[in-house]
Design a binder for this molecule. Structure first.
Ligand code: SF4
Ligand code: SF4
Ligand code: SF4
Length: 269
């Protein structure tokens, strides 16, 4: 049997996820060895009409061109993977959904009328996603381990324990205990708590855990003196579209929430 045909594509994004694949020489060589890499923006010409066993997509849907490309990729691929926070949760670009147009349009676009934009949304708002590799940018080793699993026929399940687990394993002093707004308790780990290791709080770039306790997270931030505007802004920066229940939690109308990248279950009082 020949190698699996794999393609890497980018729609609207900063290309950081794709760079995180090729900036590690050993890993890109491993990937080229393991699969038939048919498309990669920095290496091979991209042909979105090609047929793949697996296509890995960076970026989010931000205009009609993205949507057309994404639907074509989905049609032509047996498996589709969201690569990075933009693709998985909408990341910072999707924060646009929570602010007024006049706050950003003059900063972003000189010729607004030429841009056929749509609401910035992660891939699974439009098509079925088979696997998620979260993070901004994603972990290089996680990309490699996904590809190895793909070749073996046993893809590893994404890490689901909160960032706090790896953070404690690393022996860090808790930033939340020091009054800093760390989102580690509700954020899926797998990044080895890299930000906290460096003295910065977690902003939630890997998206919420499936069984997060958002209500408790909000209460812990309030107890540390953060106001509701700050809490809303911080929680929405990387994964706001995956927290549609936030408003109800903030107003005390929902007491327990569970989320997955694809769906959300909310338990109301
Ligand atoms: S997830 Fe981060 S690194 Fe990847 S495209 Fe989006 S902004 Fe760039
Ligand atoms: S610093 Fe953040 S990630 Fe680490 S234990 Fe405290 S809350 Fe959790
Ligand atoms: S610590 Fe939080 S913000 Fe930093 S990489 Fe991990 S999930 Fe992302």
């Amino acid at each position: 049997m020949g190698k699996l045909k794999v393609g890497v594509y980018g729609i609207t994004g900063c290309a950081g996820c794709q760079l995180s694949v090729i900036f590690n020489e050993d890993e890109i060589l491993d990937i080229v060895e393991l699969v038939d890499l048919r498309a990669f923006p920095f290496i091979k010409e991209v042909n979105p009409e090609e047929e793949f066993d697996c296509v890995i997509v960076e970026g989010l849907v931000a205009d009609r061109g993205d949507l057309k490309t994404l639907k074509m990729l989905r049609r032509n691929s047996k498996m589709l993977v969201s690569l990075g926070a933009c693709a998985c949760t909408g990341c910072v670009p999707a924060y646009r959904s929570f602010t007024l147009k006049e706050n950003y349009e003059h900063l972003l676009y000189r010729k607004m009328e030429e841009i056929k934009d749509v609401e910035p949304t992660p891939l699974d708002a439009h098509i079925l996603v088979d696997h998620y590799i979260p993070g901004c940018p994603p972990e290089k080793k996680e990309i490699l381990s996904f590809i190895k699993g793909l070749v073996r026929g046993s893809i590893p399940r994404p890490y689901q324990s909160p960032v706090c687990v790896e953070c404690r394993q690393n022996g860090n002093t808790c930033l939340l205990d020091q009054g800093k707004p760390c989102l580690g308790p509700i954020t899926a780990g797998g990044c080895h708590a890299v930000c906290i290791n460096g003295g910065f709080e977690c902003w939630g770039c890997r998206g919420p855990t499936e069984d997060m306790n958002l209500d408790l997270m909000v209460r812990m931030l309030r107890d540390r003196g953060f106001d509701d505007k700050f809490i809303n802004d911080r929680l929405r920066t990387f994964a706001g579209l995956k927290l549609p229940m936030l408003e109800k939690v903030m107003s005390g109308k929902a007491h327990k929430t569970e989320t997955t990248f694809r769906g959300v279950r909310v338990f109301y009082e």
